[in-house]
Design a protein around this ligand. Structure first.
Ligand SMILES: Cc1cc2nc3c(=O)[nH]c(=O)nc-3n(C[C@H](O)[C@H](O)[C@H](O)COP(=O)(O)OP(=O)(O)OC[C@H]3O[C@@H](n4cnc5c(N)ncnc54)[C@H](O)[C@@H]3O)c2cc1C
Length: 460
């Protein structure tokens, strides 16, 4: 794995050209995916007719993709292939949906040729599949997998707390993995004939479960040895809190502006009681770290009930949005919607600390004026930074002010960036998903290159 990770490192410079990190991650993923398939050649396993071979290849790739879902969701920042959490989580979600479709059709594709021979033959095979004792593990895994994938796709519509869903998602898939591995190694076309091949599947199954154990028992243990202390929770707008914590132990914690952590204030490290929040402070503030958190639900509405001085735990930092991405830009625009101001403030504070002379603009949108946070500090930065201006956007702003009346749309952005050519701007963007989608469309229409847009959703 480490060799692969090194091979598919960030720049691709060893091949004399520069490929984007996403391409290298995708190539790394595809290489990993093909390993069991390549092993069939290494073990010189017999191939059957072309339909069976195609089916076997699809099943083998799907099964491998299923195992890779575990590291994709495991926040393994030590392994470069899985360290880009935004890429890993979006891959995990997309691949999960494809796996749902492939596994749904898995028995249908196996039985289809028999139905084509004759309906009776097909029905006979179907009944023997359903009733054969050796098929039980596969049958349970198949039904459970479809249900669990559907609950992941529609999790926002379920009457479940996010934490309950996440725990059942993890537990359910551990059980499904064991059942599916039993199925593959007992009735799978390779497992039946090649005991050595089964070793591969059982090793992958064990590694997947080990990753869950690492996240739920070893990682919490490490976090317990590196606690932070809650310093302050203050309400800084009608809907937002500023939470400040401080590193307690001597352990090294560092981050770059734009990153986020999982914050656990439950007094118990690990588990599912942790929430992702972007760091709003900058490196100079360490060992203190602050967050701007919008009151949106059952956890974020009760932050004032936390006890100052209590231990809190962090997992992170994660996220690839950082100032290095704009090193060659001539101008920078930060666009924040609601709670998206947190990472934008961190970037802005970093730029202020570096006395960056380039044109820097902040477009900050909210539904109501009393949701605009830390305006004193931002206005002070307008005076002290060489070339920085803020543009507020608000649906309910009073008329005849400098505030843009409405949401952050093409018109609003165009007015802010018109001083430079579109190619000169690097854009950082953070906010709720619908806002990110609509601002990305506006940026496209303003001819800002996709390569110069870096964004973070406030949801996975
Ligand atoms: C990378 C990232 C950075 C974020 N940064 C900030 C920030 O700086 N400031 C801010 O106010 N918000 C931020 N959020 C959003 C924040 O995590 C959620 O608003 C918060 O977890 C909601 O918790 P709740 O129980 O109060 O709300 P709920 O009503 O329970 O949940 C609202 C939604 O938040 C998400 N969510 C809830 N709990 C979790 C969890 N434990 N893990 C992941 N997602 C969860 C789910 O999509 C859920 O539908 C960020 C989210 C992500 C993914």
């Amino acid at each position: 794995m480490t060799t692969l990770a090194t091979l598919f490192g960030r720049s691709g410079k060893r091949f004399g050209f520069k490929l984007s990190q996403k391409i290298w991650l995708t190539l790394g993923y595809l290489s990993l995916l093909s390993l069991p398939f390549l092993a069939t050649f290494a073990l010189d396993m017999a191939h059957q007719d072309s339909y069976a071979t195609t089916l076997m290849t699809i099943n083998m790739l799907a099964m491998m993709a299923f195992y890779i879902q575990f590291p994709l969701a495991s926040r393994l920042k030590q392994i470069p292939l899985f360290a880009n959490i935004d890429w890993s989580i979006s891959r995990h979600k997309k691949v999960g949906q494809w796996l749902g479709i492939i596994f749904l059709f898995h028995p249908i594709l196996i039985l289809a040729p028999r139905f084509m021979v004759s309906f009776n033959d097909g029905m006979h095979s179907l009944i023997s599949v359903i009733t054969a004792p050796q098929m039980l593990t596969g049958l349970i895994a198949w039904v459970a997998m479809i249900i669990w994938i559907l609950t992941a796709i529609f999790k926002d519509a379920l009457p479940l707390r996010y934490e309950t869903w996440r725990f059942s998602h993890m537990l359910g898939f551990v059980v499904i993995t064991i059942l599916a591995t039993l199925h593959v190694t007992s009735v799978g076309s390779h497992g039946q004939f090649q005991a050595s091949f089964n070793l591969i599947w059982w090793s992958l199954c064990s590694a997947s479960i080990a990753m869950v154990l690492y996240n739920y028992s070893i990682k919490p243990f490490i976090q317990r040895s590196q606690p932070f202390k809650l310093l302050d929770v203050s309400q800084i707008s009608r809907t937002d809190w500023q939470v400040t914590i401080e590193k307690k132990s001597d352990s090294a914690f560092n981050f770059t502006a734009g990153q986020f952590v999982w914050l656990n204030t439950s007094q118990h490290s690990g588990g599912v009681k942790e929430h992702p929040f972007s760091i709003a402070s900058c490196q100079r503030d360490l060992p203190k770290i602050s967050f701007i958190i919008r009151n949106l639900g059952d956890y974020t509405s009760k932050l004032n009930q936390l006890t100052v001085g209590q231990d809190v735990y962090l997992d992170g930092p994660y996220g690839s949005m950082n100032l290095a991405e704009s090193a060659n830009a001539k101008a920078i625009v930060l666009i924040a919607g609601g709670a998206g101001i947190g990472p934008m403030l961190s970037l802005l504070r970093g730029l202020a600390e570096a006395h960056d002379p380039r044109p820097i603009r902040l477009i900050y949108g909210n539904n109501h004026m009393d949701q605009m946070v830390l305006q004193d500090e931002i206005k002070r930065l307008e005076k002290t930074m060489p070339n920085f201006k803020q543009q507020l956007a608000c649906l309910t702003a009073p008329i005849c002010t400098d505030i843009y009346q409405g949401v952050i749309d093409t018109c609003c952005i165009e007015a802010v960036i018109k001083s430079e050519s579109p190619d000169d701007w690097t854009v950082y963007l953070c906010g709720p998903k619908p806002m990110i989608t609509s601002v990305n469309k506006s940026l496209k229409s303003l001819k800002i290159s996709r390569a110069n847009i870096h964004f973070e959703h406030l949801s996975f």
